[in-house]
Design a binder for this molecule. Structure first.
Ligand SMILES: Nc1ncnc2c1ncn2[C@@H]1O[C@H](COP(=O)(O)OP(=O)(O)OP(=O)(O)O)[C@@H](O)[C@H]1O
Ligand code: SF4
Ligand SMILES: [Mg+2]
Length: 366
């Protein structure tokens, strides 16, 4: 992977291996948008909109772990909820395994929810407090027509798979378990319908560090065993680095960078990614004293800055950044690494961008 780094920006791309070997991604998201209405006045009319997710596009390949990172409120959970159709998108296409979700000739939402499951941060949220955990795991398959005895058998098998002895834990209630054990139950519940993809939204964030590591390793083992694909959402950049193959960075409802985890973490292309990574806690006490390069909060998503949404916090902002929205642009010509910044768009008008003719001949841009 590190050899490909030589190809960023100016190097010829011929030595980099072709990106995905499998032509059809498991999940393809195009132009996803969700604006939440803000109502006010006596008549409770819509007076503004929270631009939670705006024109988000990306792909997830079968078997990979895509990490999604970004500050609180940038739209990570809303993206996952839109993809699971827990909320309706305003615009955009979601294509799962080649079939467009919600289209007559595509995939129904019910089918989508068999193939994709979600695990949340709050380990209580998906568990019925009045049901023994074995019955909670069996519930989904029973609803989908599996005989009760078969569903229970699978529940016990899955309990074992997530490291909990079914004879000890199967008849316990959620309140009788620790947070880590409950999250293992949630993972077993998510796997009960044999999904292809699991969305993990801050799924380990509430756990102690040692338990978190165990659950992360469990997730990696289960991916191998059941051929799973994960979308792993977290504010913890170290955890995302540990588990992910690729990372997608969001800022104020937009994707600002997406690429292989090793490359993005080593040499981030977008100033926001750079600032985010630089602000993560360091193990070096000297480093910890340094001021974080990402100060203040992001602007409100009700009235985000024009052009590049990061421009109010970016040290490189120029006039063009306020005028035009930067498109996601390949850092590497095979399209495996993209970033949305005028500095990497040849001919954008940013003083650090390459001129158009330089770009075609391998000119500098940053
Ligand atoms: N149901 C809703 N109604 C109105 N606004 C919402 C709703 N859900 C989310 N939002 C807003 O949309 C924006 C994105 O929220 P979201 O929960 O997706 O962020 P996030 O990246 O998951 O943040 P966190 O890291 O804190 O979980 C925020 O401004 C949030 O307040
Ligand atoms: S487009 Fe402009 S403001 Fe946005 S990240 Fe790039 S340089 Fe900064
Ligand atoms: Mg969230």
């Amino acid at each position: 992977m590190s050899d490909c780094r030589k190809n960023i920006r100016r190097e010829p791309v011929t030595t980099c291996p072709p990106a995905p070997t499998e032509s059809q991604p498991l999940l393809s998201v195009k132009g996803l948008r969700k604006y939440f209405p803000v109502k006010g006045g006596l008549l409770k009319r819509q007076i503004a909109a929270i631009q939670a997710v705006d024109d988000v596009s990306f792909e997830v390949r079968r078997g990979e772990v895509l990490g999604i990172v970004g500050e609180s409120g940038c739209g990570k959970s809303t993206t996952a909820r839109l993809l699971m159709r827990l909320i309706e998108p305003d615009a955009g296409q979601v294509i799962f395994d080649g079939k467009e979700v919600g289209m007559r000739d595509g995939m129904t939402v019910t089918d989508l929810r068999r193939h994709a499951q979600m695990v949340f941060q709050d380990s209580y949220s998906s568990l019925n407090p009045r049901l023994p955990v074995e019955d909670t795991i069996a519930f989904g398959p029973v609803v989908h027509g599996t005989a009760r005895s078969k569903a229970k058998e699978r529940a016990r098998y899955l309990l074992n798979e997530v490291g909990l002895d079914p004879s000890r834990f199967g008849r316990r209630y959620p309140h009788e378990l620790s947070g880590g054990q409950r999250q293992r139950i949630n993972i077993a519940r998510a796997l009960a319908l044999q999904p292809q993809m699991v969305f993990l939204d801050e799924a380990v964030s509430a756990l102690d560090k040692s338990v978190e590591a165990q659950v992360l390793n469990l997730l990696l083992d289960l991916r191998e065993e059941f051929n799973l694909t994960y979308v792993f959402i977290s504010h913890d950049l170290n955890v995302v680095q540990y588990i992910s193959d690729r990372v997608l960075v969001m800022y104020l409802g937009k994707v600002v960078e997406v690429g292989p985890i090793g490359d993005v973490y080593k040499e981030p292309a977008h100033p926001y990614t750079h600032a985010l990574l630089s602000s993560r806690p360091s193990m070096d006490p000297e480093d910890r004293k340094k001021e974080s390069p990402l100060s203040g909060d992001p602007p409100t998503p009700i009235n985000p800055p024009s052009g590049c949404r990061f421009r109010t916090r970016c040290a490189f902002a120029e006039d063009v950044c306020a005028r035009a929205v930067p498109a996601l642009t390949p850092i590497r010509a095979d399209g495996s690494w993209l970033a949305a910044c005028h500095m990497i768009i040849p001919g954008s008008g940013h003083s650090r961008a390459a001129a158009i003719n330089e770009a075609t001949t391998g000119g500098t841009n940053g």
